[in-house]
Each structure stands twice: as structure tokens, then as C-alpha cells.
Design a protein around this ligand. Structure first.
Ligand code: HEC
Ligand code: HEC
Length: 263
């Protein structure tokens, strides 16, 4: 045995191995904690600290530019349940008056010829939730946000009751799709964890705060699906819509938009 000690930094083999392990650990930490999370396309990180938090699995806050920290934790400040919209008789009348401010874009009686979403026939809970989300900033919209800033909670309930009481006029700009109901609408795609659209959106499903899609404009429908998929819209509670469209490709989104627009 030589008197040279193995575990000593003076042993150049030992020092070399320690150095190599440190370098490997640093490179791995950089790749795993910083580079991969940052490169993840649909999860845009704002800072290196966020990238590190995300990589170690710390829950990410809901993010929308300009939202106060408290609100970033939730996709919406509205509590959705079956009894959220108990509205009185007078509501519809008051809503009709308030709706004068909306006709310019949403149509004289809530059916819009311009590609703006129809409000007529939309469940009151769905309209109310969207108005509240515009107000809180959970659903960003440069157009709607300043308009709802003028409304109080009762105004929003009245407007929603009014629009729910109207029947949607049919604007036949698209022929009903000849190929029948798309498979995704009827069955979804369990292998890709896509839920059947009709399980939530069918007029018979009567789920609170779930909009009716029939007859909305094709451009609006596809834009909203893309917004949920690409992270521009994230006000759906429990990620219901983000999960439904996360794995859809552009062609499928176009087909679904066309199908619902033509009904
Ligand atoms: C200057 C045009 C304009 C006016 C006026 C306007 N809106 Fe809108 N509204 C829009 C646009 C555009 C959108 C779609 C927003 C988007 O693309 O994110 C929208 C979306 C909405 C939605 C969401 C619909 C859905 O299907 O999710 C509701 C609810 C709504 N508006 C209600 C109202 C009410 C109530 C008023 C009147 C107080 C009003 N809007 C006035 C342009 C307008
Ligand atoms: C688990 C229930 C659920 C499923 C499945 C589902 N959705 Fe939705 N969808 C919702 C809810 C709830 C909203 C309203 C989100 C919010 O609160 O803003 C919504 C909103 C939408 C909107 C925006 C409508 C508007 O007026 O702004 C579109 C478009 C849409 N869904 C299309 C689809 C399509 C197409 C499918 C099938 C691939 C689907 N959804 C599957 C629950 C669902």
C-alpha cells in the first residue's frame, strides 16, 4: 500500500471524479429544472423561478396578466351550482332596458348577425358567469371588460335573465353538416381523454353555466376552442374545457366549429 490516500482532494483521480459528478449534477439540474420546463410549449413561464417551481411540482397559480394575486388562484370568482340563478319576475324587464347598451354588437334581440356570440337562449347561469369573469378579469377581453365595469351584480343577473328568456333566431349562413354528428360530439375520444361534447353541451344536459353552442358563429366557436387550448382563455372551472380540447388538432377544432355553427 502506498501512503497516498484515496479520499483526498490531493489525489487527482478523486478530485477529477468529484469534479465530474458536480458538472453532471449541474447540467442535469439545468436541463430538468430550467431548460425543459421553459421549453414546454403550452406552459409559458414568466421567470426562471416559476420554471423551477413547476419542475419540482409546486402547484402553479392561475395566470392572467394583471389579476390580483388572490384571484390568480382560481379560474373564476363565480361559485357555480344549480341554484346560482334564482331570479325574480322583474329581472327580465330590467334586463331588457339594460340590454339597450348591448344591441349594437349582440343584435337587437340577442342574436348577432356579426359573428359576435349570440346571447338569446343562452342559460342565465352561463351569461352571468361570463359577465362576472369579464369583470374580475378571469376572462380577458378588451371589448367586454370596460362594458361590464359599469354593471353591478343585480344588473348582470337581470341581463342574463332577459337573454335567457329570448329565443334565438336562426341565422342560416352555414348549411347543416352533411356528414352527420362528429364522433367527438357523441363519444369524445377516451384514449386521448377527450370528453363527449354532448355530455356537457347538449341542450338536455342542463348543466349550470354551460353555454349552448348551437348556431354560434363558426369563427367565434373555433377561436374559443383555440383560446382554451392555447392558454388565452382559462376561466373554465376544473379545466373542463381545457381538458376537452387540449389534445384536439386544428382540423378537429374546425370540424367541431362547423358542426355547431350549422345547427
Ligand atoms: C362593442 C361591442 C360589444 C358590446 C357593446 C357588448 N359586447 Fe358582449 N361581446 C362582444 C365581443 C366581441 C365578445 C366576444 C369576446 C371574446 O371574443 O372574447 C362578447 C362576449 C360577450 C359574452 C360572452 C358570450 C359567450 O358566449 O361566452 C357575454 C355574456 C356578453 N358579451 C354580454 C354582453 C352584454 C350583457 C352587453 C351589454 C351590457 C355586451 N355584451 C355589450 C362585443 C360587445
Ligand atoms: C365536462 C364538460 C364539458 C365538455 C366535455 C366540453 N365542454 Fe365546452 N364548455 C364547458 C363549460 C362549463 C364551458 C363554459 C366555460 C366557462 O365557464 O367559461 C364550455 C365552453 C365552451 C365553449 C365556449 C362557448 C362560448 O360561448 O364562449 C366552446 C366553443 C365549447 N365549450 C366547445 C366544446 C366542444 C367542441 C367540446 C367537445 C370537444 C366541449 N366543449 C366539451 C363544458 C364542457
Amino acid at each position: 500500500m502506498s501512503d497516498e490516500r484515496i479520499f483526498s482532494l490531493r489525489n487527482r483521480w478523486f478530485a477529477g471524479s468529484v469534479g465530474a459528478i458536480l458538472v453532471i449534477a449541474l447540467v442535469a439540474a439545468f436541463i430538468g429544472l430550467v431548460w425543459l420546463p421553459k421549453a414546454h410549449e403550452r406552459n409559458v413561464m414568466q421567470s426562471m423561478w416559476e420554471a423551477i417551481c413547476s419542475a419540482v411540482g409546486a402547484p402553479a397559480p392561475f395566470r392572467a396578466a394583471g389579476l390580483p394575486a388572490e384571484q390568480q388562484k382560481y379560474p373564476s370568482s363565480v361559485i357555480v351550482n344549480a341554484h346560482m340563478m334564482e331570479v325574480g319576475e322583474a329581472s327580465v324587464g330590467r334586463g331588457a332596458t339594460l340590454a339597450m347598451a348591448c344591441t349594437m354588437c349582440h343584435g337587437a334581440r340577442g342574436t348577432s348577425p356579426a359573428g359576435t356570440p349570440h346571447l338569446a337562449g343562452q342559460p342565465a347561469s352561463a351569461t352571468y358567469k361570463q359577465l362576472r369573469d369579464f369583470l374580475s378579469g378571469h376572462r380577458p377581453s378588451a371589448i367586454m371588460q370596460p362594458l361590464v365595469a359599469e354593471l353591478d351584480d343585480q344588473d348582470m343577473r337581470d341581463l342574463s335573465a332577459y337573454y335567457a328568456s329570448l329565443e334565438r333566431e336562426r341565422i342560416a349562413d352555414i348549411a347543416p353538416s352533411a356528414s352527420g354528428t362528429p364522433r367527438l360530439v357523441r363519444n369524445g375520444d377516451p384514449m386521448r381523454s377527450v370528453g363527449a361534447c354532448s355530455s356537457c353541451h347538449s341542450p338536455h344536459a342542463v348543466r349550470p353555466a354551460t353555454p349552448v353552442l348551437e348556431g354560434l358563429s363558426e369563427a367565434y366557436l373555433s377561436d374559443q376552442m383555440l383560446a382554451f387550448r392555447d392558454g388565452r382563455r382559462a376561466n373554465d372551472i376544473n379545466g373542463q374545457m381545457r381538458n376537452a380540447v387540449r389534445n384536439l388538432n386544428d382540423a378537429e377544432i374546425a370540424e367541431l366549429a362547423r358542426y355547431y355553427a350549422g345547427r
